[in-house]
Design a protein around this ligand. Sequence first.
Ligand code: 13P
Length: 287
Amino acid sequence: MLVTAKDMLNKALDENYAVGQFNINNLEWTKAVLETAQELNSPVILGVSEGAAKYMTGFKTVADMVKAMIDSMEITVPVALHLDHGSYEGAQKAIEAGFSSVMFDGSHYKIEENIEKTKEIVNIAHSKGISVEAEVGAIGGEEDGVVGNGEIADPAECKKIADLGIDFLAAGIGNIHGVYPENWKGLDFDALATIQKEVGKLPLVLHGGTGIPNDMIKEAISLGVSKINVNTECQLEFAKETRKYIEAGKDKEGKGFDPRKLLAPGTEGIKKVVKEKMELFGSVNKA
Ligand code: 13P
């Protein structure tokens, strides 16, 4: 069932667990995530970056594929189709194409401009019943081989953005996208607690879910994180399993070169990661 992310995240906040956002790249990815959510009776958020949407030929292809798969796979658990780190234009295009949820990431603008643009996206999205995630304090990550430290969001700015009527908020607390560097300082729980107090009852989003130790994930959930984004870990597992298959020469045995066989171990790898995360986040049987 395609739904917005609003109710599922408010429920998660009330009941002290988090819903996973798993980024999708193609049909196999989508199938793996949907199958696992249904098997575990868990709500789920499919994350799509603008780059991934472009790769799949456009927002409409993605929205239509996801809707058709929910139907043909008889998926009954709540599924949100969410634009990840959307631009001002991208968020509007995703809404038009049939996404049920969008992130507008205005964290690279000055706070006044972030507020203005977020407000506009909230108006457009809410007039169509679509949920909105906003961001304060840019979430770093690898760029041109340099891994930046994640910013810590300013709690007063978080409050200003939260008051615009957004449905959930991504606030940087030292988290970054991709694999964490050896010398990573960890999540800043004092900052998280302060932000949570400032914004009141609003689901918070933790980006950069790959490689955060389990105890930190649990602590973040106890402090109001209700949505956790995971992307790189699924990609690494997909690549690892595919490599194993090729290195074992399986593509050269019989019809092992058939993409339905070639991509199967990687797809199973994604399912394994998604299952582990849903168990860790506590969303199993919360559909
Ligand atoms: P990772 O790739 O580090 O798991 O981060 C995913 C994410 O935050 C997507 O917005």
